[in-house]
Design a protein around this ligand. Structure first.
Ligand code: PEP
Ligand code: MG
Length: 521
């Protein structure tokens, strides 16, 4: 039933989450063994299934491969779903099997991106999870689907009661259970204010993003899934500033073929009708894993064989993507960007490989743009420090603040225990950003920003003042950022933005940023 509810236009990789679960449902591990257990021990079905789940979990626990060990999560999804159905059958007082989810708040341990997409289709009002961080990919997806969420709460499942009224304030990270009348009134007013604000904002979707002192600012969108293109067009974005291609590779046994990728990239270029599209090469590893077996068992995956490191080690994985990208470059203004480069040697290796692939295509008589712009995502602090070297050898840079913050401050972006340390206003982070912008400026190449900081309206003025002119963000933030751009005189801001950089602490920084935002002069 769930499979059939997934709308046609949903990305194939999302639907295949559910297909994997359907295959598990047919596996004798879940069909035959629990029946045997019932026969042998005369326990009830729920207990038999639970016993079998625990036995399977013990097998997973002994696996060497850290990634495979985590796949017990899939079995848990399936087992828990069956258990809920069995338990609901026993007790008519519990939730029906397929309750209407419209307007409901989902409280869960954690959610997959597939769960998140389904929620949107069911009209779920919000979600609350025990685990996960605000920079995890499920959360990034929730933001682009505009579902309010609070994650990493730890005690929500124990504290909240079924059927209780909940307010989920994703902006402040606050959940109010069983609110009194005054609180409800306050939040209802805030909600209608927010709706009014959004419809007001919609009026500037076609207005060019030009500052009060006449500087054109480029506001682009980040996309993860092909259906995001609809939102991008609605917001009037100046192109795609980041397409995260790894979603094409997830939840399948074989990586997508060159042809499949070529068709996908060409389709995006065509849909964007002449606007630039920045496509990032495969960024697998760490929190972005595939089911295809290339994942490593590293103890510290964020520092391990991920992104460009994996691609350079496995050219048979990388070459088809480069071929597909170069071929697509003949069909529109494509830009290719490489994630997680950490030194000049890797940079030259990548550039050499691109040249080889170009030659190969030329020999085969296949079309490509010989001048297709190539760039790096600056997300390893070392690269920000040596940005002049990168800027001299590339056509553009794009600052990936999500990872840049993770690596600068040594905090795992998906570990909710240390998420409180995740701080875009750490002086070191802002100084690295500034160094990168200066290096690009000096070399005469554009520097964009595609991490979440680019879509944070609180930071827009600061970034404009530091010289950023190209922002790429989740489509939902685009108009809010544009409103600030339209209202800002960049020339007057520059010196004050530099003064923010000289602050010693987060508190001083935050205070100066707030002042920058308050003044409309
Ligand atoms: C980043 O690191 O800022 C980025 C844009 O990439 P991702 O969030 O996909 O790692
Ligand atoms: Mg990144």
């Amino acid at each position: 039933a769930i499979r059939e509810e997934i709308p046609e236009e949903t990305a194939r990789d999302i639907a295949s989450f559910i297909d994997t679960h359907l295959l598990m449902l047919e596996d004798s591990m879940l069909t035959t063994t629990p029946v045997q257990l019932i026969r042998e021990t005369r326990c009830n079905a729920e207990w038999a299934l639970r016993q079998q789940r625990d036995a399977v979990a013990r097998v997973f626990d002994t696996m060497d491969d850290a990634y495979l060990r985590t796949r017990i999560d899939d079995i848990d999804h399936v087992v828990n779903r069956i258990l809920r159905i069995l338990l609901a059958g026993d007790d008519p007082g519990t939730e029906p099997v397929t309750p209407s989810l419209k307007g409901q708040v989902i409280v869960a341990d954690d959610l997959t991106p597939a769960d998140t997409v389904l929620m949107k289709n069911h009209g779920v009002a919000a979600f609350v999870t025990e685990y996960g961080g605000p920079m995890s990919h499920t959360t990034i997806l929730a933001r682009s689907l505009q579902i309010p969420a609070v994650v990493g709460t730890h005690h929500a499942r124990r504290t909240l009661r079924q059927g209780e009224a909940l307010i989920v304030d994703g902006e402040q990270g606050v959940i109010v259970a069983d609110p009194d009348r005054a609180t409800l009134r306050h939040y209802r007013q805030r909600r209608s204010g927010e709706r009014r604000r959004r419809s007001e904002l919609a009026k500037i979707s076609d207005t060019p993003a030009v500052t009060r002192d006449g500087r054109a600012i480029c506001l682009q969108a980040n996309i993860e899934l092909p259906e995001d293109l609809r939102a991008v067009r609605k917001m009037g974005a100046d192109g795609i500033g980041l397409y995260r291609t790894e979603f094409l590779y997830m939840n399948r046994d074989e990586p997508p073929s060159e042809e499949e990728q070529f068709v996908d990239y060409r389709r995006i270029l065509r849909t964007m009708q002449g606007l630039p599209v920045f496509i990032r090469t495969l960024d697998l590893g760490a929190d972005k894993q595939v089911d295809g077996g290339v994942a490593s068992g590293a103890v510290n995956p964020a520092l391990g064989l991920r992104a460009i490191r994996l691609c350079l080690k496995e050219p048979e994985l990388f070459r088809p993507q480069l071929r597909a990208l170069l071929r697509a470059s003949a069909h529109g203004p494509l830009r290719i960007m490489f994630p997680m480069l950490s030194n000049a040697q890797e940079l030259f290796q990548v550039l050499g490989l691109v040249e080889e692939v170009k030659q190969e295509l030329a020999d085969e008589g296949l079309a490509y743009d010989p001048l297709v712009p190539l760039g790096a995502i600056v997300e390893v602090p070392a690269v920000a420090v040596v940005a002049p070297t990168f800027a001299r050898n590339l056509d553009f840079l794009s600052i990936g603040t999500n990872d840049l913050i993770q690596y600068t401050l040594a905090i795992d972006r998906v570990d909710d225990e240390v998420n409180y340390l995740y701080d875009p206003l750490h002086p070191a982070v802002l100084r690295l950003i500034h160094m990168t912008l200066k290096a690009g400026h000096k070399a005469g190449i554009p520097v964009a920003m595609c991490g979440e900081m680019a879509g944070d309206p609180r930071l827009t003025r600061l970034l404009l003042g530091l010289g950023l002119t190209q922002f790429s963000m989740q489509p939902a933030s685009l108009l809010e950022v544009k409103r600030i751009v339209l209202d800002t005189d960049v020339g007057a801001l520059h010196r004050r933005a530099l003064a923010v950089l000289r602050a010693d602490t987060h508190e001083q920084m935050a205070e100066r940023v707030d002042k920058l935002n308050l003044d409309t002069e």
